[in-house]
Ligand binder design. Structure first.
Ligand code: NAD
Length: 483
């Protein structure tokens, strides 16, 4: 029997009124239920917001170093439960166990990082034109914050939203993805064991419409931080526009890797493979377009195909696995449809792109990593986010054309270039219409102490992680004091 988790509301694990639950399945063995969760609706969302509203005043008044102490304790607890949390992550999301451990380690590092950020919550003393006047600023909480998260980083994303939100004195209602809510439930357990006061952090599981939509529609929610698809992000923005609240949206990408004539080709191929295929391409920062100069194009493609064909595809629990299963049947169907679209558009499928069968592959959703060549920049396969193990190669004449192709897209999350020339690298960093720019490293990959976020339709403009996240979760109050 799999464990049934309640919602975490007001410091208690509670069942939903309807008594309905849903299952979280293992993508490597789709008959295996990882755990079951509450199929919640409006009553549960209301109770969670009630709890968060009730806890807001005391939590916001608590001295910031004291709030930070809970994160220090949480980091110790998560360090102790690291292997259990990583196993749970691989079992619900599919990614390779090494990557899952890395994600949990990032969670621990985020806890330590934000535990150390309380001095950044100070304001500033401002010189006044008026004699005897004291003029200063304070950072104050925004209020009750709704956090809505996707399935592909089910441990790290809820943590990188919750920790700065709480540090700033807000209280939280988290709605994790129904495809991978287990990691959020473990996070709730860790916060509870760390002694976080009841109601400060709440988690409600359930559908996007039944929970997410109801949550963002409640007038008591003063800020929303959402990570997920562009379509849902835009719908949320439209829905709450009249309330003029803060809406942080981090959405999709169609990230380019430019490979120049002077690149170290083996390294460029490896960076493309890591960016495109690790975690089955289930990364908003995954490499989906390799933009390669004509002089080295054929050689690059040959090496890329050879390396891709040699990739080990399997259950993420096997440490040797390089390409893990796709999250579920729906996503598998979507990827296979895009493979057909690419073929119809005239792109040349050089390897992969089929559903794998036989042995362990019959137990889950496995798609062979695909390389398309001959992509032209306006094809759908070159413009739309596929979110699977698919990369398309686009041949260009030179750097200027590469930049035009890289930027000719509605998304703008991450971009990378492979070059040995410093001038080209710096010019790329300047001209790239992406929020994250890499030189000689994969498009996927980030450090938690630096700002994270995109440009154009990948974002609503705020940044996550690092110190800058505190700006989203706090507001500045200006105080004029005359004696
Ligand atoms: P999704 O948009 O389908 O779902 C995201 C979350 O929104 C889920 O919790 C879902 O239940 C909820 N939701 C769905 N409908 C809703 C509604 N009407 N109102 C409120 N909430 C609703 O996205 P997904 O499939 O879970 O994740 C994949 C997407 O996330 C990809 O586009 C990927 O690029 C993006 N992503 C972006 C980043 C980033 O930081 N930019 C990181 C990871 C994933």
């Amino acid at each position: 029997m799999s464990k049934v988790y309640g919602n975490f509301i007001g410091g208690e694990w509670v069942a939903c009124q309807s008594k309905k639950t849903f299952a979280d399945y293992n993508p490597a063995h789709t008959k295996e239920i990882v755990a079951e969760f509450q199929d919640s609706g409006a009553p549960e969302v209301k109770s969670a917001i009630d709890a968060a509203s009730g806890a807001l005043d005391a939590w916001g008044r608590m001295q910031a170093p004291k709030r930070a102490d809970f994160f220090r304790k949480a980091a110790e607890i998560l360090r102790r439960r690291r292997d259990e949390a990583a196993d749970a992550l691989t079992r619900e999301e599919g990614k390779n166990i090494g990557e899952a451990r890395g994600e949990i380690d990032r969670g621990i590092a985020l806890m330590s990082f934000y535990a150390g950020q309380w001095p950044a919550l100070g304001g500033e003393m401002v010189p006044s034109f008026n004699e005897g006047r004291m003029l200063y600023t304070l950072r104050v909480p925004v209020g009750v914050v709704a956090l809505i998260t996707p399935w592909n980083f089910p441990a790290a994303i809820p943590m990188w939203k919750t920790l700065p939100a709480l540090l700033c004195g807000n209280t939280v209602v988290l709605k994790p993805s129904s495809l991978a809510p287990h990691s959020s439930a473990l996070f709730a357990e860790v916060l509870a064991e760390a002694g976080l006061p009841a109601g400060v952090f709440n988690m409600v599981t359930g559908g996007g419409r039944e929970v997410g939509d109801v949550l963002v529609s409640d007038p008591r929610i003063r800020a929303i931080s959402f990570t997920g698809s562009r379509e849902v992000g835009k719908a949320i923005m439209r829905k709450v526009a009249d309330r003029l609240i803060r809406v942080g949206l981090e959405m999709g990408g169609k990230n380019p890797m430019i490979v120049m004539d002077d690149a170290n080709l083996d390294r460029a191929v490896e960076d493309t493979v890591v960016g495109a295929f690790w975690a089955a391409g289930h990364k908003c920062t995954a490499t989906s377009r390799a933009i390669v100069t004509e002089k080295i194009h054929d050689q690059f493609v040959e090496k890329l195909v050879t390396r891709t064909k040699a990739l080990r595809i399997g259950d993420g629990m096997d440490p040797k696995t390089e390409v893990c299963p796709v999250i579920d049947e729906n996503q598998t169907k979507k990827i296979l449809e895009y493979i057909e679209i690419g073929k119809k558009e005239g792109a040349k499928l050089l390897c992969g792109g089929e559903r794998l069968k036989g042995g362990i592959y019959d137990e889950g959703c496995y798609v062979a990593p695909a390389v398309f060549a001959g992509l032209s920049p306006d094809m759908r396969t070159a413009q739309e986010e596929i979110f699977g193990p698919v990369v398309g190669v686009i041949k260009v004449k030179d750097f200027d054309e590469a930049m035009r192709v890289a930027n000719n897209i509605e998304f703008g999350l991450s971009a990378s270039i492979s070059t040995r020339d410093l001038k080209t690298a710096l010019e790329f960093a300047r001209r790239s219409e992406a929020g994250i720019v890499h030189v000689n490293s994969p498009t996927a990959g980030l450090e938690l102490q630096a700002p994270f976020g995109g440009c154009k339709e990948s974002t609503s403009g705020y940044r996550e992680m690092g110190k800058v996240a505190l700006d989203f979760y706090s507001q500045i109050k200006t105080v004029y004091v005359d004696a």
